[in-house]
Design a protein around this ligand. Structure first.
Ligand code: GLC
Length: 729
């Protein structure tokens, strides 16, 4: 009898639960072991949500979190900056540090350094490692990478991006995104779109013609979505064609979601949302960072009221909620995702390798580098950037790190036992500050004089300068005000040269700078912001342990006015009366310098090695190609120097007979080849004819113009080795 009673009770309980479950009234472990396809799970969950629950998914509930559905056991989403490492934990509803003791991360090199590797394998390793750190810190969305095109050397955030060329940025962003998302963490590619400066970033209305938009400013985002399957995109602060990019019909609805088939979530930049109806109807999915109480967000109570008034159809809400549920299912509810790892020696090594491969040897007259300790007794290490922490500052991408090796520490570690290393600051900038410039200490003369004295008593001077991620020195919210090196560095370099001709200038920055002393300085190295392992990477390149192989991802103009964005007055930069017109059109960076014959200080794609490479004559498998075919270019590459090294062989294309204006040349393929001394390798570069298309504004589509194309192999955009011509039918 008792048994029958228990069985009856159990059956009754199961029936009751099942009916409650079906009605969606009770939080059952809906998904703990749910192996159904993602879309089926998403539709199941969506069908159970009330309108209030759907709307709760669409806006922040904390500085870096948006809600789930507790009733159904659907967890909230956690997001974190940034592109170079996982930001320290902040307070629930402010950016104030939470002062945790377990969130000191690995700082990976800034993305300009990654781009300078011209090595997609490095981009994958980078994405995998930073994704592991985000996963370990229980972050479901990493707010990076940034892929806005380098248009002006003044842009405060160029260090967070991947340079001036859309093809380079497109190739490098895809493996980064894949590496991150393998961890069940969404990459949130930013800032979509046309956020190419910090000046007036939250209001400027960027006007650019469709062809430049398609050929220059969108390709890296397109690659991230269609090649990398990015699960999130961040809307930019600025406006385009009069509409804010966080709710922009053309960019978000027509191009991103309809034309590109983006299935992920559009997240606003923090504070980039401005209106309920606009946000609801023009493509925004999650509103973050609005400076209001969370319930007062535009996509919160106001949206609920608008739906209830019948102004916005609930189907619009369903489409957004569907995307957010898909993101939740891909990340935090993906029970098969790995566990991640944090601030490990493996990640430090990844950071160091990227930093090493990204370092660009700009000049090396008299082979002053690599350092030969047997011929040197004393090295003078001059400059504040030899010791300054550069993983902090810059704005939202700043990091709290487990460790940061400075150039001076790296040099002491590598060479300290064999040569005497004497450091003098030489100059001083203000203390780290965001949003304002704090005055530098008043002892500039004394600092300079002391440095000159140290330099006079050394066989070699290593000067570490550049910018420092302080406000208006490579930072958010403030572009640089001029193109020069700040803090009296130019004068200091001249005075160092006056007492010692063996000066190596090592620049740590995310931007090009003027170099009035360039003829007198025998060796120049662009070392970027190298992250936690910066000092070790720099020391290993300077002492020849690593042969530099980085190439410039953007042009260094001689003068600011030689740069395209500064050739058309304030209309073109920083804009006038809130409107900015990209009058240079498609001629950004080297496209401008080569087409308008404006010699650069250093060219896009430039970078020397401690060895030399010889390019054989290229051949193509055919002379004529149909538009759906792939052009195959072959040539021998030989290391004819005295050291093993890697070369980034680049291929540029010109269309001399084009009926439409086209840049003098455009990068259409590249590959990085490691060669032992004396080794020759056959390089094969494949260029689908479709990659030669231009955006035809008359048909609003890509067009491959028949005719002759000149393919140019080279070691930079200006160091062209050979040419071969093909015809597209
Ligand atoms: C910032 C940045 C964005 C960042 C976000 C959250 O203003 O523009 O890149 O991810 O807000 O910190």
């Amino acid at each position: 009898m008792k048994k029958i009673l228990i069985t009856a009770l159990t059956v009754a309980l199961l029936v009751a639960c099942a009916s409650l479950h079906a009605s969606g009234q009770v939080a059952l472990p809906l998904y703990a072991d749910d192996t159904r396809p993602v879309e089926e799970r998403v539709e199941d969950a969506l069908a159970r949500l009330t309108l209030e629950e759907k709307i709760a998914l669409l806006h922040g509930q904390a500085t870096f979190s948006s809600a789930g559905v507790p009733r159904l056991g659907i967890p909230e989403l956690w997001m974190s900056d940034g592109p170079h490492g996982v930001r320290a934990e902040v307070a629930w509803s402010s950016f104030a540090e939470a002062h945790w003791t377990n969130d000191s991360c690995t700082a990976f090199p800034a993305l300009t350094a990654l781009a300078a590797t011209f090595n997609p394998d490095m981009a994958y390793l980078y994405g995998k490692a930073i994704g592991e750190e985000a996963r370990y810190r229980k972050k479901d969305v990493l707010l990076g990478p940034g892929v806005n095109i380098y248009r002006t050397p003044l842009n405060g955030r160029n260090f967070e991006y991947m340079g001036e060329d859309p093809y380079l940025a497109s190739v490098m962003v895809v493996p980064y995104v894949r590496g991150v998302q393998e961890n069940g963490v969404a990459a949130c590619v930013k800032h979509f779109a046309l956020n190419n400066q910090e000046e007036a970033r939250t209001s400027v209305d960027v006007r650019v013609n469709e062809r430049a938009l398609r050929e220059i400013y969108l390709p890296a985002f397109h690659a991230a979505v269609t090649g990398g399957n990015a699960w999130a995109i961040m809307g930019a602060y600025n406006r385009h064609a009069g509409e804010y990019c966080c709710h922009n019909e053309r960019l978000l609805q027509q191009i991103l979601k309809q034309e590109w088939g983006f299935t992920g979530v559009v997240i606003s930049d923090w504070g980039g949302t401005h209106d309920t109806h606009e946000a609801a109807l023009k493509g925004l999915d999650i509103e973050m960072g609005t400076r209001k109480p969370f319930t007062a967000y535009y996509l919160a109570d106001s949206l609920l009221a608008a739906v209830r008034r019948g102004e916005i159809d609930e189907k619009v809400i369903d489409e957004k909620a569907r995307r957010v549920l898909r993101l939740i299912t891909r990340t935090v509810m993906n029970t098969r995702r790995p566990w991640g790892s944090f601030a490990t020696s493996e990640h430090a090594e990844t950071g160091r390798r990227v930093a090493e491969e990204g370092i660009v040897l700009l000049k090396n007259d008299g082979a002053l580098l690599p350092i030969d300790p047997s011929r040197i007794k004393t090295i003078a290490v001059i400059g504040e950037n030899a010791t300054r922490r550069l993983t902090i500052g810059g704005g939202s991408s700043e990091l709290k790190v487990k460790r940061e090796i400075s150039p001076l520490e790296g040099l002491r570690e590598r060479l300290g036992g064999r040569v005497k290393i004497v450091h003098a600051a030489g100059y001083a900038s203000g203390p780290p500050a965001y949003g304002r410039v704090l005055p530098a200490p008043g002892n500039a003369d004394a600092l300079r004089e002391e440095a000159v004295k140290v330099a006079a008593n050394a066989e070699l001077v290593l000067f570490f300068g550049g910018l420092n991620k302080n406000y208006r020195q490579d930072s958010e919210e403030g572009d640089r005000l001029d193109y020069n090196l700040p803090f009296g560095q130019d004068r200091l370099i001249e005075e160092l040269l006056a007492v010692n001709k063996n000066v190596v200038v090592v620049l740590l920055s995310g931007n090009a700078v003027a170099m009035p002393w360039i003829r007198r300085v025998p060796a120049i190295v662009q070392a970027w912001y190298g992250g936690s392992e910066a000092g070790n990477a720099i020391a290993r390149v300077l002492d020849g342990t690593v042969n530099p192989s980085g190439k410039l991802p953007f042009t260094f103009p001689v003068r600011l006015e030689d740069n395209a964005a500064h050739a058309f007055g304030t209309t073109a930069y920083p804009g006038e009366n809130g409107v900015e017109s990209y009058l240079e059109d498609i001629l950004v960076g080297y496209r401008w310098h080569d087409t308008r014959r404006v010699p650069p200080l250093f060219a896009f794609g430039h970078g020397l090695s401690y060895t030399t490479f010889e390019y054989g004559k290229p051949s193509t498998d055919k002379k004529t190609y149909a538009r759906d075919e792939v052009i195959r270019v072959r040539f021998a590459l030989r290391n004819n120097g005295k050291m093993a090294g890697s070369e980034v062989a680049q291929l540029y294309v010109s269309a001399p007979g084009a009926l439409v204006p086209r840049p003098a040349k455009e990068l259409k393929a590249f590959t990085k080849v490691a060669l032992q001394t004396g080794e020759t390798r056959e390089v094969i570069l494949e260029i689908p004819a479709s990659r030669l298309a231009y955006w035809d504004e008359t048909t609003s589509g890509w067009k491959i113009e028949p005719g002759k194309y000149t393919l140019q192999t080279g070691s930079s955009s200006r160091d062209i080795k050979h040419r071969v011509t093909v015809t597209i039918l």
